[in-house]
Design a protein around this ligand. Structure first.
Ligand code: PBG
Length: 330
């Protein structure tokens, strides 16, 4: 046999890409509706849906419509929804008491969903920002977001949520020690099965802008959240946050925002091997929705690609506003 001439490659990765069937065969990651958690905004009134201006395609839903959405999620094979309230500004106070009102919007919606679609998981955010007239996740004393006093408020909020039937609590406030306080409270009140999905590595991000709009917190927020949310320049610190939350009793952890922080997702999954989630946040949604609406990108393809990237990075699942759309496409 004559020697193979030098310019011809011996290794041809394209062999594995030449047709759809073989690409399917060798695909390393797969997206399924079971990978998705769907965040839903809940508002007052009945049979009412209000568009969120900065998130075209996302509506705030009254409790009865949130129940319908939950039914749809379950039918699509989405395992869990996450509920966020649009709180009437009149109900917001500096002490954020509405957070532990057993009949606040998210607690009411949780009871309604668990009564109608019991097979669907319901996750609630533990943080004071939707209820705090200062717009912060914690209590403000003399211009400072105070840690330990906030923990007592979060404990009350978490217990009210567990009482309402929430399956997963997602502390998103970034106070030190909150996972331990919430876990101890759950244990001592017979809620040992309530799961904690800690927003462990949550960054002080500009990508949350549209969400604050959606929950009506943008006007309220005084200053920024940099004294408690993480500095986007840090990666090692995310691992320390995750280690602390796991030691305090978190079952699963989250990285947030998503796409700009895929390196953090990979590091967390490699280092700890625990269920790891990412939140494709409101700003990520808005960027994709806006570019697609302008005809600059292909919405279906970019949605699937962005969510596949989370799986490839090591995530077990993703919170995404695209959940029902993607689940339908799958
Ligand atoms: C509040 C909270 C935020 C998000 C989820 N929970 C906003 C914030 O920290 O200001 C953001 C979600 C999104 O942008 O989609 N603790």
């Amino acid at each position: 046999m004559p020697p193979i001439p030098a310019p011809f490659p011996l290794s041809r990765p394209r062999r594995l890409r030449r047709a759809g069937w073989i690409r399917e065969l060798v695909a390393e990651t797969r997206l399924s509706p079971a990978d998705l958690l769907w965040p839903i905004f809940v508002t007052g009134g009945e049979t009412r849906r209000e568009p969120v201006p900065s998130m075209p395609g996302v509506d705030r839903l009254s409790v009865d419509l949130a129940v319908e959405a939950a039914r749809e999620a379950a039918d699509l094979g989405i395992p869990c929804v996450a509920l966020f309230p649009y709180t009437d500004p009149a109900v917001k106070t500096p002490e954020a008491e509405e957070a532990w009102n057993p009949d606040n919007l998210v607690n009411t919606a949780t009871r309604a969903i668990k009564a109608t679609v019991p097979e669907l998981g319901v996750m609630l955010d533990v943080a004071l920002d939707p209820y705090n007239s200062d717009g912060h996740d914690g209590l403000v004393r003399g211009g400072v977001v105070v840690n330990d006093e906030t923990l007592l408020a979060l404990e009350k909020q978490a217990l009210a949520q567990a009482e309402a039937g929430a399956d997963i609590l997602g502390p998103s406030d970034m106070m030190d020690g909150r996972i331990g306080v919430i876990r101890r409270a759950l244990e001592s009140h017979d809620f040992q099965d309530v799961t904690i999905l800690s927003y462990a590595a949550k960054y002080a991000s500009a990508f949350y802008g549209p969400f604050r709009d959606a929950v009506g917190a943008s006007g309220a927020l005084k200053g920024d959240k940099k004294s408690y949310q993480m500095d986007p320049r840090n990666g090692d610190e995310a691992l320390r946050e995750v280690a602390a939350d796991l030691a305090e009793g978190a079952d699963m952890v989250m990285v947030k925002p998503g796409m700009p922080y895929l390196d953090i997702c990979t590091r967390v999954k490699r280092e700890f091997g625990v269920p790891t989630f990412a939140y494709q946040v409101s700003g990520e949604y808005a960027m994709i929705a806006a570019a697609a609406a302008s005809g600059w990108v292909d919405r279906d393809r970019i949605v699937a690609e962005s969510l596949t990237a989370f799986k490839r990075a090591g995530c077990d699942g993703v919170l995404t506003y695209f959940a029902p759309e993607l689940a339908r496409a799958l």
